[in-house]
Design a protein. Structure first.
Length: 270
């Protein structure tokens, strides 16, 4: 009589924000040992190039308005393949437990009796800010950092008064389409119009772009610079350190000197 095959395992793996050299040693080892790889939209092409050629890899990502598979279908697929004895590597951009829905998937798997292990990844806020020369905390400037998703169950989930007054560095994930709402909500709750802000587009990748300004022009900058996803929004005085800590990448002569002159004048008179 043929023995029943043992149940497999699911690894929920954080691939970091884009640079393949930011993958952990454990992440590489898990990828190489998988029977099946399921990867998200924010997993960069450079990281996907490291997937072993002999291991089947399938895109299961979601973009705004474009879902390749529903979350329910994806959960069912992982459960089914694990029960077939497969080792599944579920690859997510950033860290699975920071706005990556890794906790939701892990709960579904555990409740189905599937073994799950999480491999942490560098979350986008930490990786992209560091590459842009912006410390998330800095003595005398910011004693804390708050990560915020602009896509909660409801917009009322956010305590804007607390966010505007705590003097933390604020990092908004998935906030590009909500820039006007973020700007208005912070201003209405007392944050200074001159508070420095930054957009980091395609962070930790070769085409990373940093756009800086002030809170009063947050929404305008999205259109002015045609900023596209993936992009983080940083709000706080630490943004001003980028010009000193990463001057090569933040040289106005490499971007739009006329705009910067206009911007500096507006900032002083705002």
């Amino acid at each position: 009589m043929r023995a029943k095959k043992a149940t497999g395992k699911v690894w929920i793996l954080g691939a970091g924000p884009g640079d393949p050299e930011l993958l952990t040693i454990k992440a590489v080892r898990v990828l190489e040992a998988a029977d099946l790889i399921l990867f998200d939209h924010l997993v960069s092409a450079e990281i996907r190039a490291l997937f072993p050629a002999a291991i089947p890899a399938f895109y299961v990502g979601k973009k705004k308005g474009q879902h390749s598979i529903t979350q329910k279908e994806l959960n069912g697929l992982m459960i089914r393949k694990a029960r077939e004895g497969k080792t599944i590597c579920r690859v997510k951009g950033g860290d699975p437990y920071v706005f990556g829905r890794g906790g939701e998937e892990a709960l579904e798997l555990v409740q189905a009796g599937i073994e799950v292990e999480v491999v942490p990844g560098i979350t986008s806020a930490a990786g992209c800010a560091a590459y842009a020369g912006i410390p998330l905390t800095h003595r005398g400037i910011s004693q804390g950092c708050t990560f915020v998703t602009a896509h909660g169950e409801t917009e009322a989930d956010l305590n804007w008064a607390a966010l505007a007054q705590m003097r933390h560095t604020l990092v908004f994930y998935m906030g590009l389409s909500k820039a006007a709402w973020i700007q208005q909500s912070l201003l209405e709750n007392g944050m200074s119009r001159r508070t420095p802000i930054a957009f980091i587009e395609n962070g930790c990748r070769e085409n990373q772009r940093l756009i800086t300004g002030c809170l009063f022009e947050l929404a305008d900058l999205v259109e002015r610079w045609q900023i596209e996803s993936p992009a983080l929004i940083l709000v706080g005085d630490v943004v001003d350190l980028a010009a000193q800590l990463n001057p090569e990448k933040n040289n106005p002569e490499k971007r739009n000197l006329e705009f910067y002159s206009e911007f500096n004048e507006r900032r002083l008179t705002a």
